[in-house]
Design a protein around this ligand. Sequence first.
Ligand code: 5AD
Ligand code: FES
Length: 362
Amino acid sequence: MIRKILNKVDCGKELAPDEIKSLLEISDADDLQALYDCAYRVKERHVGKVAYFRGIIECSNICIKDCYYCGIRKSNRNVERFQMDEDEIIREAIWAFENEYGSAVIQSGERKDAAYIDMIERVVRTIKEKTDGKLGITLSLGEQTEETYRRWREAGAHRYLLRIETTNPELYKKLHPADHSLEERKRCLTLLKKTGWQVGTGVMMGLPGQTMQDLTDDILFMKEIDIDMVGMGPYIPHRDTPMGQEIPPYTDAQKQAALTLGLKMIALIRIVLKDINIAAATALQALEHTGREMGLQCGANVIMPNVTETEYRPNYTLYDNKPCTDENSSMCRGCLTARITGIGETIGFNEWGDSRHYFKRT
Ligand code: 5AD
Ligand code: FES
């Protein structure tokens, strides 16, 4: 049955929702490997064996939101809050550029104050000027107004990541306080498209109460809204959050299960969405030392090395045991370069590596 479905993929046929779900339910080791290999063939055919680096700058952990799973939620008093100044953000972006990363990602907690919005606009403009327009800029700064999305796009950033987290309305409610809205998040994704971004979304996998049907629906949602990029990762409890306190830290068996689910989702999204960009999330590496390489081998083609100054890293702990918090940017560059070449892939240095899908849909 599994082989029959994978055969369909190899013949270029579309999968029905039930078939997607059957593949997500695989647990047999040989079947899993067959799924990963199949996804890798789709990746080779549609985007090649090149991994693109996006240097991620985590520029502030101040957040107006209070998601029950997230370590930097506003109610967590055990976090020392920080905001980099403009020069620091620019310096880190230039470091990424000089180290041949095609793009940088600027990420922070959600902020909507005018001073912050203006600051980001200036930073984007300056980075573009200083790199002669050559460094690609991705933003991951949460829900904003149409006007803000437009201003940041005009300043020169061109990709935006906004995870939907889950498309199941009941589950969404359980993950977020009442003032958060799934509909608003969907609306923001529509606004991002309207204002001309390459748009990425994603979910967390392995959330308490989440089913394979939910994850199947998540994949179908991404297909339906015709997304360009996916960044998603396994849910990992954080001890200072309401959800993390309900769940004891993962045992080794739970870590393995979360990793496998993460890899299956990458494989399935590659198989269903084919020519989009998919990031191998850092959270995979929190579960298994080689988690990010495994992500590439299951269909991902983007890696986001951390380029944040080391002193800030421990304060941007979204989940427990986040990797790379003691390392510096050069160490992560060397480490990931070795990991990627070690699995026989090349790194798309100095290239934007835009989503091929974006150019087909526009
Ligand atoms: N485990 C895994 N991922 C998390 N994120 C936040 N908290 C956690 C957690 N405990 C993810 C969310 C968010 C992204 C920046 O980090 O999906 O969109
Ligand atoms: Fe940061 Fe390996 S990627 S230390």
